[in-house]
Ligand binder design. Structure first.
Ligand code: ADP
Ligand code: ASP
Ligand code: MG
Length: 468
């Protein structure tokens, strides 16, 4: 028997009574084959979105609105529990768990309603509630099936900094805590069912790892437990050549390298959280992406060195809801440190820069950021450049909204000429205008900025040009 396996189930994979039954069957199979098994679960699909909407509605002053959302959350969870369990003690306890969590949520939202604002810290307590309920449902179901199992809140295992909504684990402390919390469970032959997405600071204050963070939770646990493998069970057949929602004929990629998948996730392939690879790279742990609804096929295997000869280009991705900010002026050429100061001003807003392109004449710098941050970023850059704007060295700082980044990813790209030509030919064929271009520093990717209206067509035509 192999040693430790970490299995993570995403939102759709545990989003209904039927899905939970499938997930539990897969856990049972795993328990028969692996010496130690850890399960990580997400909230039911859509629940995290609704929790966030609930908190925002409360902050916006609509009491009716947030109470309605809480009612709907109650109905959904209660009906899943009633479908999965007979009227027994496990069922009674789960109904109490749901009541308890939702009455906490109601109390929190009522304070938010009075204050008229929701802090990132409060948002983390609220948005992680779905994971807390689901871990308990799944552990209880495993017990009903005769396995030993225990729900574990990741706040007892994963220690992070205090960057709410996008916290970063402190790995040494986390390793210690994970081992002292979970190894005894293995000793007792129990399967821990750990909440994905959430963690806590050293002082025990709840944090979250960013949207889609349960993948990251699984990788962190895998690394800390020296797992042999980490598997993420999701709702598609693996990592694919494009998002199958955009490109129906996208194909599964059987094998990818850590570097390729990081680039893919960073540039928008939602199938894995962008930081998932970090904890497992060092320990060289293989990561598999598999389909809960089609478990017979292997899925995607992610390892250190994927076969470079095969499929030179691996995938096309899309990131939406972006703005391109441009700092321009004929006098910029002579001003030292202008790029450093620009990005310093961006960093002060906490905005992440996804892509940079500088005109060769040095008369402008453009960079891409999430649309929701563009107004603050412009103000911050303008105040940094106050003097230059006055002197007309910098003419203006402005944003182009409604753009997306389309990225072509693959380790083989640097070895073959002509990929860029094929990409541009495909876009030209559709009459799509390219606003800006950047080659990834890793040589693994080529990114293009196009207008949001062209995004889906750009992905489709590039995919067609490269893979068909
Ligand atoms: P989970 O809840 O299981 O974590 P997510 O919704 O977070 O699932 O991620 C899976 C989704 O990612 C798929 O349903 C698919 O629409 C989307 N996706 C985007 N890009 C890709 C890609 N390149 N390969 C596979 N899925 C992708
Ligand atoms: N439930 C969380 C989210 O929707 C985490 C996850 O699904 O990975 O973002
Ligand atoms: Mg996900």
């Amino acid at each position: 028997m192999d040693r430790t396996l970490v299995m993570k189930f995403g939102g759709t994979s545990v989003g209904s009574a039927d899905a939970i039954n499938r997930a539990v069957t897969l856990i049972q199979e795993g328990a028969g084959k692996w010496e130690n098994l850890v399960v990580v679960v997400s909230a039911m699909s859509g629940v995290t979105d609704n929790l966030i909407r609930c908190a925002r509605t409360a902050a916006g002053g609509q009491q009716e609105g947030y109470l309605e959302i809480i009612e709907a959350l109650r109905d959904r969870h209660v009906s899943v529990v009633n479908l999965l369990f007979q009227a027994d003690q496990e069922q009674q306890e789960l109904l109490q768990v749901i009541e308890h969590q939702l009455s906490n949520l109601t109390a929190l939202c009522s304070s938010i309603h009075i204050l008229g604002e929701v802090t990132p810290r409060a948002m983390d307590v609220i948005s992680s509630l779905g994971e807390r309920i689901n871990a308990r449902i799944i552990a209880a179901l495993l017990r009903e099936l005769g396995l030993l199992s225990q729900a574990v809140d990741a706040t007892e295992c994963i220690v992070t900094d205090a960057r709410f909504q996008s916290a970063v684990p402190l790995m040494d402390k986390t390793r210690e805590k994970v081992r002292s919390r979970l190894l005894p469970e293995f000793g007792e032959n129990r399967i821990p069912v750990v909440t994905g997405f959430m963690a806590a600071t050293e002082d025990g204050i709840t944090t979250t790892l960013g949207r889609g963070g349960s993948d990251y939770t699984a990788a962190i646990l895998g690394s800390c437990l020296d797992a042999a493998e980490v598997w993420t069970w999701t709702d598609v057949d693996g990592v694919m050549t494009a998002d199958p929602r955009l490109v129906p004929d996208a194909k599964v990629i059987p094998m990818l390298s850590y570097a390729e998948v990081s680039e893919l996730a960073y540039f928008g392939a939602k199938v894995l959280h962008p930081r998932t690879i970090r904890p497992i790279v060092e320990r060289n742990i293989p990561l598999w992406v598999k389909n809960t609804f089609n478990p017979g096929i292997e899925g995607t295997c992610i390892v250190r060195e994927a076969d470079k000869q095969q499929d030179l280009v691996k995938a096309v991705t899309l990131i939406k809801d972006l703005s391109m900010v441009t700092v321009e002026g004929r006098g910029m050429m002579g001003v030292p440190g202008i790029a450093a100061r620009t990005f310093g001003a961006v960093a002060r807003q906490g905005a992440s820069v996804l892509m940079i392109s500088q005109a060769s004449s040095e008369q402008s710098i453009s960079f891409i950021i999430p649309a929701e941050t563009s107004q603050e970023v412009i103000r911050s850059v303008e105040s940094e450049m106050e003097l230059e704007l006055e002197r007309r060295d910098v003419d203006r700082v402005w944003a182009m909204d409604g753009i997306v980044i389309v990225t072509v990813v693959g380790a083989g790209m640097r070895h073959i000429p002509g990929i860029a030509a094929r990409v541009f030919k495909a876009l030209a064929g559709e009459g799509i205008n390219v606003v800006a271009i950047a080659q990834g520093s890793s040589d693994f990717s080529l990114s293009l900025v196009v207008s949001a209206a062209d995004g889906a067509a750009a992905v489709g035509s590039i995919h067609n040009g490269l893979f068909n």
